[in-house]
Design a protein. Structure first.
Lengths: 458, 462
């Protein structure tokens, strides 16, 4: 059993044993080695994929270095987003203020890269040293005639979720400034897909086949001019609800655009997303095309998936992800592969999220909020997990114990969304579970002993 | 020659901003050091994100668990002070990890608001008196001053300053040698320990993350991985007969070794990172002088084989032109190796700034047939702008040069830290004759591969 810090004891729940009461949405316990990041991280990951915008980190160098080209978010055109720019504040700037440096940095970078907009991320010390980022942005915006948007992402001012909010607020200012005359009635914005490994291209293609126009992608393969006309779309389709629901709500209030929440991961959720969009337009043709599309895609992938299912039957999975919404899809997709989820957790889930997870999971499943490496490692050992699904920081916990791991984080290079993505996911889970290396690991020592090759006889 | 000189006159970097940085912030270096102490847990006094970002960055290189605790600043802590968070964090780390030591590094936020960490720790220690409390050391690492390398050296110095106990007598009371190697790989640390042991010298290597950041796969998860410099040995550093520290660029800086010499009279030997024959020879002669022993035969043979390979390969690399980038100490070592084999490191750059960088590069490249430019405080975009007309044959440095390598169409030889796009960063051996051998083979084969790949004939004998 894990040593769980007293102040975290209510953030771990085992289904079936106790009345459901899981604490969440609270600051991480100091010194607990939370897997969470900070406000800046939340803003940076959401805005990062906008490829023709300039992203400038205002502060000392670290935050820019650690986020240089880290997302697998692809662009079909410009690549400005993959560069790392910082004002790299020095001691003297801290004393005298960084406004002049920020102004000079913005001017030179805009001149050099000709972006369509600029996002300026204020990191921890910017407010403390009293820089008026807002004023500098305004001045540069007037002089260079592009939107220059401050993102208030001081790391300590909350959690990653507050960073999402700050990013949404910046996007909100951009939306509504473009011309929507050519937008058709059957149109949507895709919110909360970040085009990891080209996923949004797959999703856009589905919508195109259904006869639905995609006005803008926020933010995968994002373009400033598209985002500026997002208010013209009839519907906002929101994935990654943790990051984007705030924006969808704001747009509903301001522009009256309704929104639905979807997930593009796993067969059920992907199909459901297309049907929900078709249903919204109350158009039989669109629905028929969606059904047709789903049928064709399934025919294509099901035989191979069935073969993996046979091999993965009964294997045990653990999940630890940033947002709980992703966990729902994962639990369902793993069940589709014949696997059971024995542990599931998230960094930032809320009460409703965890309630839904409880309903979704089997008896005995561990549900955890804002966990840490020591807890996670003990859960993996206790449940004798075959494959752990998480991000870069979770990977070494599994690997150190000789346990398979699949990356489902924003740095991955494998497309997992859509029907094709489900096939990729099945392949990846299968190759993670079936690798022969696990047989050599210390925790399988008993099996290894029985099967090991002895001296060649005679 | 004159045209070359003209080409080599690089444009002055005139950008105010830093574009594609070739450096990280100071607390990252400090965290690595704290991870290199037996039973040690690194702890950052600042926002949660700092610890998480640095963990991710370090994990992606070493592919090992790397737990860094944080005090998790909130808005309230920024206004009223982070003392309560720090103390709560220390208690929680103690409860969960049962560490022998917690190494606390500050961040830009805590430095800017002027947290008095020393005072807070003083109060914390008093409140915990009698309890089985871990040792606490702290280092000031404001991210707006210096780089990860400076944070690394500062953490080594601060730890030694805070843990070293004055010896009972003025005469060195042990044969022990202190070795402060700087920021090298686990493979380097293992090899250094092997070399010193073969001179029959007891050694305190600090830091030592050769096991903590490169450990075997386990049956049961270790809260704190085994290995690291034992605290008892850190307490005894002032009783050692001598200290060796690597880093030509460290000149004029107060370091762990210079502190021990000034305060306790422990003789300090400052030499370059032993990369290549000449710098390794210097290391071996220091060890010979301290131990009174000749270089063991195994190393003489290793050195002989290395020189033999230099003969075999010299023609392939003579006059080739390289861009070297990364951490000052390692860049100087690499420049030394390249120039001794006939490669011209036409542009030697570092993301950080060190007073001794340019002069050290000049020293180790004195024999080069063409001029060498040394520039510190550089980012990758400026480097790229300077390199465009340099007719480079290869780049050598961390995997952060991958984008530049692609842009220039010139191969990148991956060494140093971080390696984020290949596996095995922790196993790259840079030091000693053995490290030089591996690097030499890598350099020659990179040049050969490029020649073969770009040849219309594609000779299978080179």
């Amino acid at each position: 059993m894990a040593d769980i810090l007293r102040e975290r004891s209510k953030q771990v729940y085992r289904k079936g044993q106790e009345a459901f009461q899981l604490d969440c949405e609270k600051p991480s316990a100091a010194g607990s080695v939370s897997q969470r990041a900070c406000v800046f991280c939340g803003s940076r990951v959401v805005l990062y994929p906008i490829a023709d915008a300039l992203h400038v980190v205002h502060g000392p160098i670290g935050c820019a270095s650690y986020t240089w080209d880290i997302r697998g978010a692809l662009s079909s055109g410009p690549q400005i987003h993959r560069l790392s720019f910082s004002t790299d504040l020095q001691e003297l700037d801290v004393i005298q203020g960084g406004e002049k440096k920020l102004y000079a940095a913005l001017c030179e970078l805009i001149d050099a890269h000709k972006p369509k907009a600029a996002f300026i991320y204020a990191t921890c010390i910017v407010g403390v040293i009293g820089d008026d980022v807002e004023a500098v942005c305004k001045k540069v915006s007037q002089e260079k005639d592009i939107p220059v948007l401050p993102v208030h992402s001081e790391g300590f001012k909350g959690t990653k979720k507050d960073g999402y909010r700050a990013a949404c607020d910046a996007l909100y200012k951009l939306i509504g400034t473009g011309n929507t005359d050519s937008v058709t009635p059957m149109s949507i914005n895709i919110l909360g897909d970040f085009n990891l490994a080209g996923e949004i291209w797959t999703i856009k293609e589905y919508y195109r086949k259904m006869g639905v126009e995609v006005v803008s992608c926020i933010t995968g393969d994002g373009r400033v001019d598209e985002i500026r006309r997002a208010h013209g779309a009839a519907l906002n389709v929101v994935q990654c609800s943790g990051s984007m629901t705030h924006l969808a709500r704001s747009l509903q209030e301001r522009w009256g655009t309704p929104f639905i929440q979807v997930s593009y991961f796993g067969i059920e959720d992907m199909s459901q997303a297309l049907y929900d969009v078709a249903r919204f337009f109350k158009n039989d043709e669109i629905m028929a095309r969606a059904q047709n599309l789903v049928r064709n895609e399934l025919q294509h992938i099901m035989p191979e998936i069935a073969s993996y299912r046979k091999k993965l039957q009964g294997a045990k999975a653990a999940i630890y992800v940033g947002g709980a919404f992703k966990a729902f899809s994962l639990v369902r997709a793993l069940r589709h592969l014949g696997m059971t989820t024995v542990m599931v957790g998230s960094q930032t889930g809320n009460r409703e999220d965890y309630e839904l997870l409880r309903e979704l999971c089997d008896e005995g499943t561990i549900i955890v909020d804002d966990s840490n490496p020591l807890e996670l490692s003990s859960f993996l050992q206790e449940k004798d997990v075959d494959v752990f699904i998480g991000g870069v920081k979770e990977r070494p916990i599994a690997y150190k114990l000789g346990i398979g791991f699949c990356d489902h984080n924003h740095e991955r290079k494998e497309a997992l969304a859509g029907f094709k993505g489900m096939l990729n996911f099945a392949r990846e889970v299968y190759s993670s579970v079936a690798s022969p290396v696990w047989k050599l690991m210390p925790r399988r020592r008993a099996d290894f002993g029985e099967n090991s090759i002895s001296e060649v006889a005679g | 020659m004159s045209t070359d000189l003209k080409v080599l006159k690089p444009p002055a970097p005139n950008f105010v901003s830093t574009r594609n940085p070739c450096k990280l912030c100071a607390p990252l270096g400090a965290s690595l050091v704290m991870r290199g102490i037996e039973g040690g847990v690194p702890f950052l006094h600042g926002s949660q994100g700092c610890a998480t970002y640095m963990r991710r960055y370090i994990i992606s290189h070493f592919r090992e668990p790397m737990d860094i605790a944080a005090s998790g600043f909130s808005e309230a802590s920024t206004i009223f002070g982070g003392g309560p968070n720090l103390m709560q964090g220390l208690s929680n780390v103690t409860e969960q990890y049962k560490p022998s030591l917690i190494g606390i590094a500050t961040t830009c936020l805590t430095e800017t608001i002027g947290e008095d960490v020393r005072q807070i720790l003083h109060g914390y220690r008093e409140s915990r008196e009698g309890a089985n409390a871990p040792e606490l050391v702290h280092v000031s690492t404001p991210s707006y001053s210096g780089t990860h390398l400076d944070g690394f050296h500062a953490a080594v110095r601060s730890t030694v300053e805070q843990l070293a106990v004055a010896p009972a007598s003025a005469i060195p009371c042990s044969e022990n040698v202190n070795l402060f190697p700087g920021m090298l790989s686990p493979a380097d640390f293992r090899h250094l320990k092997e070399i010193v042991a073969d001179f029959n010298l007891p050694l305190t290597l600090f830091p030592d993350y050769s096991e903590t950041l490169d450990s075997p796969v386990l049956e049961h998860y270790a809260k704190i991985p085994a290995g690291g410099t034992p605290i008892a040995r850190l307490r005894a550093v002032a009783s050692s007969s001598a200290s060796i520290e690597f880093g030509r660029a460290l000149r004029a800086k107060t370091t762990a070794a210079s502190f021990l010499q000034e305060r306790f009279g422990v003789k300090a030997h400052r030499i370059g990172v032993p990369i290549g024959v000449r710098e390794t020879d210097a290391f071996f002669s220091v060890l010979s002088a301290i131990s009174g022993q000749d270089t063991p035969e195994a190393y003489t043979l290793e050195r002989g084989r290395l020189l033999d390979s230099y003969v075999d390969g010299h023609k392939y690399v003579f006059g080739k032109r390289a861009l070297v980038f990364g951490n000052e100490d390692v860049v100087i070592g690499l420049a030394s190796l390249l120039s001794e084999i006939g490669v011209v490191p036409v542009l030697c750059t570092a993301g950080g700034k060190s007073a001794g960088f340019a002069s050290s590069i000049a020293e180790v490249t004195a024999d080069c047939i063409e001029p060498v430019v040394a520039r510190d405080g550089l980012d990758f975009m400026t480097m790229g702008e300077m390199a465009r007309d340099l007719k480079l044959d290869f780049l050598i440095g961390s995997s952060k040069g991958a984008a530049l390598s692609r842009e220039l169409g010139v191969p990148l030889i991956r060494v140093d830290f971080p390696i984020h796009d290949r596996i095995g960063g922790q196993r790259i051996l840079h030091v000693g004759y053995r490290g030089a051998q591996q690097l030499f083979d890598l350099v020659v084969n990179t040049v050969l591969e490029r020649k073969q790949d770009s040849s219309p004939v594609g000779y299978s004998y080179m």
